[in-house]
Design a binder for this molecule. Structure first.
Ligand code: NI
Length: 198
């Protein structure tokens, strides 16, 4: 396993690769397992919820997602897990259906660390993809963090960056300083993270 360098939107050479319309993956492919392991390791190291292959310089239609568990505090103070952590590997993903309704949320990207902006996305999507064996699979009407992250990652595979989805560019801001302070406080209180990058 090894950590990979994540390409940056604000580096002109990196940007050329990030703007590539990625090529389809031919399956089965024995090399992919190691690459996927590295992608998960790199994503977790940077505390992201998703990472697309072009973000580490490989312009192929492959993305990994890691959605953390959600905990809620009950009235008596005990904490309960309301949804468990889940990891996904999507190969050649295609969004086949999406809601007409949109939701705007603050979005960030591991290729522009610290920066966040308000991005409108479909409230849910249905995505078709292949697993490592080449079997066609489908996730239906995915909403919430996973639904959002899938749209962000499929955009990466098409060479579209979250900054291009922002309608009001005045919302795009460098929050790294504020987040450092906030996160330290928040983590002690809830262990949760509000802002996410992918
Ligand atoms: Ni991203």
């Amino acid at each position: 396993m090894s950590l990979r360098r994540i390409l940056r939107i604000d580096d002109p050479e990196d940007l050329k690769i990030l703007k590539t319309n990625c090529r389809a993956v031919k399956l089965p492919n024995r090399e992919l397992k190691r690459l996927i392991t590295d992608m998960f390791e790199t994503m977790h190291d940077r505390e992201g919820v998703g990472l697309a292959a072009p973000q580490i310089g490989i312009p192929i239609r492959l993305t990994v997602l890691g959605i953390p568990a959600i905990w809620e505090k009950l009235e008596d103070g005990t904490e309960v897990e309301v949804s468990s952590a889940a990891e996904y590997v999507l190969i050649n993903p295609r969004i086949v259906k999406m809601s007409s309704e949109e939701i705007v949320r603050q979005e960030g990207c591991l290729s522009l660390p610290g920066w966040y902006g308000d991005v409108p996305r479909a409230t849910w999507v249905t995505v078709e993809y292949q697993d490592l064996n080449g079997k066609l699979r489908r996730l239906r009407k995915v909403d919430g963090l996973l639904g959002w992250a899938i749209q962000h990652e499929v955009d990466h595979l098409n060479g579209i960056l979250f900054t291009e989805r922002i309608r009001d560019l005045s919302t795009l801001r460098d929050l790294s300083k504020e987040l450092e302070a906030e996160e330290a406080a928040q983590r002690q209180a809830t262990g949760a993270k509000v802002q996410v990058q992918a």
